[in-house]
Design a protein around this ligand. Structure first.
Ligand code: NAD
Length: 277
């Protein structure tokens, strides 16, 4: 069966609208350079924000900006949440830039403090895409506890934090992470009750790599022959999977709603800390 991410996204949207009681939370998105894909992603975030009641401001900087200029912009932002759009040009020190975001405004959960808190199961924010994957599983009624979950991809934004979240007490999955140096990938993926793919390789997971009846969550977003495709060969794999997310219309729309949820939480944290001053 196909998991409709848009339905789950609108459920979350209704829930977060009811949390919006005071003021308009603000999200600042820093975009370095003029990558069309990034800008269109940010405009989409802006539209989602408009519908929910979150103000999204895009702050564009030229491609050739220096690390200090990006940090300077970030330190002058009067806002509740801050994200820095990827890809970040390679001459910029990404770690320094992320570390300059106050942890209470780091709604993408990339700051070392926030990743440490996530690791210790005491998070300020959950990272958006990993939480989107877990929400999709839970809201579809898929049991996670005790299941063999295999993740393809070990990035700091998806694979690694998702593995940590899935293995925490209370979620209780048995997690395997696969990456480019994994030997005999198929022997791992074929064992998975739940297979999560975040490799950035268009349609590379084929049906022979998937156990019959497995749940397949496709995080990938790739452009192939001018259309958006995931990391999973959807038409093949849907025949063996019990549940599968499509691309587009799967993980993506849920991720943007989780981002809005984090911005609302950040604005509450902001109000609480200014009340204490
Ligand atoms: P990344 O490039 O940082 O990491 C990819 C990971 O996949 C690496 O750890 C690598 O070891 C692994 N990998 C690549 N090819 C492999 C192979 N053949 N076998 C085994 N492992 C392999 O990517 P990322 O930032 O984690 O993003 C992954 C995909 O998810 C991309 O397509 C990206 O666009 C998409 N993405 C989607 C969302 C969303 O909200 N839907 C959010 C973030 C990223």
């Amino acid at each position: 069966m196909i998991i409709d991410g848009k339905i789950i996204a609108s459920q979350i949207e209704e829930e977060i609208k009811s949390e919006l009681k005071i003021g308009v939370p603000k999200l600042s998105a820093v975009v370095i350079g003029s990558d069309e894909g990034t800008l269109s992603y940010m405009r989409n975030i802006q539209k989602v924000g408009e519908r929910i009641g979150v103000e999204v401001n895009i702050h564009s900087l030229p491609e050739e900006s220096k690390t200090e200029e990006v940090i300077n912009l970030i330190s002058n932002l009067q806002t509740d949440g801050i994200i820095v759009a990827k890809p970040i040009p390679s001459h910029i020190d990404e770690r320094k830039v992320i570390a300059s975001i106050p942890p209470s405004k780091d709604v993408d959960c990339l700051h070392p403090v926030n990743l440490g808190r996530l690791f210790l199961n005491d998070p300020l924010f959950y990272p958006c895409t990993p939480l989107a994957v877990i929400e999709i599983l839970k809201r579809t009624g898929i049991e996670i506890s005790g299941k063999d979950v295999v993740i393809i991809g070990r990035s700091d934004v998806v694979g690694k934090p998702l593995a940590v979240m899935l293995m925490q007490r209370g979620v209780d999955a048995t997690v395997t992470i696969c990456h480019t140096k994994t030997r005999d990938l198929e022997s791992h993926t074929r064992r998975a009750d739940i297979l999560i793919v975040a490799a950035g390789r268009p349609e590379f997971v084929k049906s022979k790599m998937v156990k019959k009846g497995a749940v397949v969550i496709d995080v990938g977003i790739n452009v192939k022959n001018n259309r958006l495709v995931g990391d999973v060969d959807f038409n093949e794999v849907r025949k063996v999977a019990s549940w599968i997310t499509p691309v587009p219309g799967g993980v993506g729309p849920v991720t943007s709603r989780i981002l809005m949820k984090n911005v609302i939480k950040a604005s509450k944290l902001n109000r609480e800390s200014s009340r204490r001053l």
